[in-house]
Design a protein around this ligand. Structure first.
Ligand code: ADP
Ligand code: ZN
Length: 610
């Protein structure tokens, strides 16, 4: 049944945003607060959370107050809304007092429908505001900041619990993209809204292709990354590394090959961090090589890929970081490198952190299981968030390239006996050197060339051995003594294999299957971005140039003029009139008015040329 409220909401959706229908649960959440009830909206990044409070704000009398933790996020949203003709504003410390006062006056006069504010300021000024005007709604964005369990706890958020009590007649909507159970439950508790309705959608991000590459040498890793960046030259992407020094090395290396890359980590001066962030948002820098310090508060919708040059410490972090890609819903790629060294390092870090150690180790284990999964990665990832997918996704490396298994009992026995014969006094590199008969001086000086296992494994490359050792570690056949120089040991299970009581199956290591990810990417390149056929790629590039020129003139990031998705739509629909332009996905009334001339002119020029 289409009721009045739905018609009104759809009307606003079309007029301001240029969309024709709601995403799952958006309208249900809108209806909930329009009926005066509290709502908790749990949707992944890109799920369309903002509309859930923006539309009620537009449909209600008075002004909605939106609590947001970061100045950058606030400004980004306010600019985006104003770009669509929606009367939004914020009061914040980067504006002069006079300007802030003017905003408040405008709000009292009923000329602002959404006011963005930090929790600190809200707590101080709310009582005053509420005397002078009607508050239609409280929206608490990034609501996980209220929970100590979350990844971004902010003490000021905790005080928001008073809203429910002090303003019993104003509905509250809390929103977050946090997927873990513990944090979600805590949000409900902390906000003190027992009657809140929950709107929970799937956390799948089907447009992000998931890829893992394990056990390549750091040299090959660098080559693969450079190759990947080359295939994605004109796109925005992020490369995460664990160490600050690596981010700088990576950026320098990419710059020397002519790419527009910069490093970002917490050790840089604030002005440099701001420079990099702004240049990235404005598409002046394509690649940011960063530690995890980079990302929070990046609303940029056209990040097309995220590379992890090391495995993250847990799945929550990984999910959050890859989630920065493809917010516009267009195809995006996540590529993670995973090595024996990553596991060893994370394990020793996890051990240092005392009583949290057990939790950390368990989370690390789940992360490794994902990295080593030989079933669909999306299924593995979602199962971590208690979501079960009943089919393979077809958009991950395992689906596209299932691993072959083979009987590796003999191979395994070779490795185990090398470990036994060195009395558990060597780490993985020395063991592999022995197996491959490397002839390195420190192997010879210890007399390891006299061992019966010396050189028995020379048929396999170092990388292959590394991959197999990792699998043996995962299967509990060998163990690493983290408190004893990371030396390898044989477990009880390992002894059973050594004695020939048990057999082992391993996934075949093949270099070609790893490189195929980059190859597959190059095939995709011909139809970039996403579904645009090659013929229209040129038009897409022209539209992008026009967007960039407009963005520069207006001093806003290009994605705020139009997302890649909307350019994609324009490139395939090729509108030549105002009406045709106005009818397209993602183009509301204000943007039609402002941009139809520029973009239809480009389309006409293109049509004249082909
Ligand atoms: P979130 O805050 O959950 O990450 P956003 O509110 O930023 O998501 O929405 C993600 C993208 O999807 C934005 O570009 C937004 O304009 C778009 N979007 C939201 N709702 C719809 C809809 N009903 N139809 C089409 N696009 C939508
Ligand atoms: Zn899959």
């Amino acid at each position: 049944m289409v009721d009045d409220l739905k018609l009104q909401a759809l009307n606003v959706l079309r007029r301001f945003y240029g969309y024709k229908s709601f995403f799952p649960l958006q309208f249900e959440a809108i209806r909930c607060v329009m009926n005066g009830n509290d709502a908790i909206v749990l949707m992944p990044t890109g799920g369309g959370k903002s509309l859930c409070f923006q539309i009620p704000a537009l449909l209600s009398e008075g002004c909605a107050i939106v609590v947001s933790p970061l100045l950058a996020l606030m400004k980004d949203q306010v600019d985006a809304l104003r770009g669509m003709g929606i009367p939004a504003a914020s009061v914040n410390s980067s504006q002069t007092d006079a300007f802030n006062r003017e905003v408040i006056e405008q709000m009292y006069a009923g000329r602002i429908k959404l006011l963005y504010v930090s929790p600190e300021r809200l707590l101080v000024e709310l009582a005053q505001w509420s005397e002078r005007m009607k508050i239609s709604l409280f929206a608490i964005d990034e609501a996980h900041c209220i929970s100590q369990w979350g990844h971004d706890f902010r003490p000021e958020y905790a005080q928001l619990a008073m809203l429910r009590q002090q303003y019993p007649n104003v509905p509250i909507m809390a929103l977050t993209a946090t997927a873990d159970r513990l944090t979600r439950d805590d949000i409900v508790k902390q906000l003190n809204m027992p009657k809140a309705e929950l709107f929970l959608t799937s956390f799948d991000r089907p447009n992000i292709a998931l890829n893992v590459v394990s056990n390549v040498s750091s040299n090959d890793k660098m080559k693969m990354i450079a190759r990947f960046v080359n295939l994605h030259k004109d796109e925005s992407g992020i490369i995460y590394s664990l160490r600050r020094a690596d981010t700088e090395k990576m950026a320098a290396r990419l710059r020397s090959s002519g790419y527009n890359a910069a490093a970002f980590h917490a050790g840089l001066p604030t002005c440099e961090k701001e420079r990099v962030l702004t240049a990235f948002l404005n598409d002046d820098i394509n690649v940011v090589c960063a530690t995890v310090a980079f990302g929070m508060g990046i609303n940029k919708s056209n990040v097309r890929w995220v590379i992890h040059s090391n495995m993250p410490k847990n799945i929550e972090c990984y999910y959050q970081e890859i989630g920065r890609a493809g917010r516009d819903g267009m195809p995006a790629t996540a590529l993670m490198f995973y090595s024996f060294g990553d596991v060893v390092m994370h394990k020793s870090l996890a051990q240092e952190s005392g009583k949290q150690a057990v939790v950390n180790m368990n989370k690390l284990r789940r992360m490794q299981q994902y990295a080593e999964s030989d079933v669909c990665r999306r299924r593995t990832l979602l199962s971590y968030f208690n979501e079960y997918y009943d089919h393979d996704c077809g958009n991950c490396d395992v689906c596209l390239n299932p691993p072959k298994r083979f009987d590796a009992t003999l191979l395994c026995q070779m490795a185990l006996s090398a470990i036994v014969r060195t009395n558990g006094k060597e780490g993985v590199t020395a063991i592999i050197d022995i197996l491959r008969g490397s002839g390195k001086t420190d192997i010879l000086s210890k007399g390891y060339d006299k061992l019966r296992t010396y050189g028995v494994g020379r048929d396999f490359s170092f990388a292959a051995w590394n991959a197999y050792m990792l699998q043996l570690l995962q299967m509990g056949i060998i163990d690493v003594a983290y408190d004893d120089y990371n030396h390898l040991r044989v477990t009880d299970y390992g002894w059973e294999i050594l004695k020939g009581i048990k057999h082992v199956m391993l996934s075949e290591f093949s270099y070609s299957s790893r490189v195929s990810i980059v190859k597959k990417e190059s095939a995709k390149q011909e139809v970039l971005p996403g579904s645009i056929p090659v013929a229209d790629k040129k038009l897409f590039e022209w539209l992008k140039e026009t967007r960039l020129a407009i963005a520069r003139a207006q001093k806003v990031p290009p994605y705020m003029v139009f997302s890649d998705k909307v350019l994609d739509v324009i490139a395939s629909a090729r509108p030549t009139s105002r009406e045709e332009f106005a009818a397209l996905y993602g183009i509301g009334e204000k943007k039609t008015e402002m941009y139809w001339r520029s973009f239809t002119a480009v389309v006409k020029a293109y049509l004249a040329e082909i």
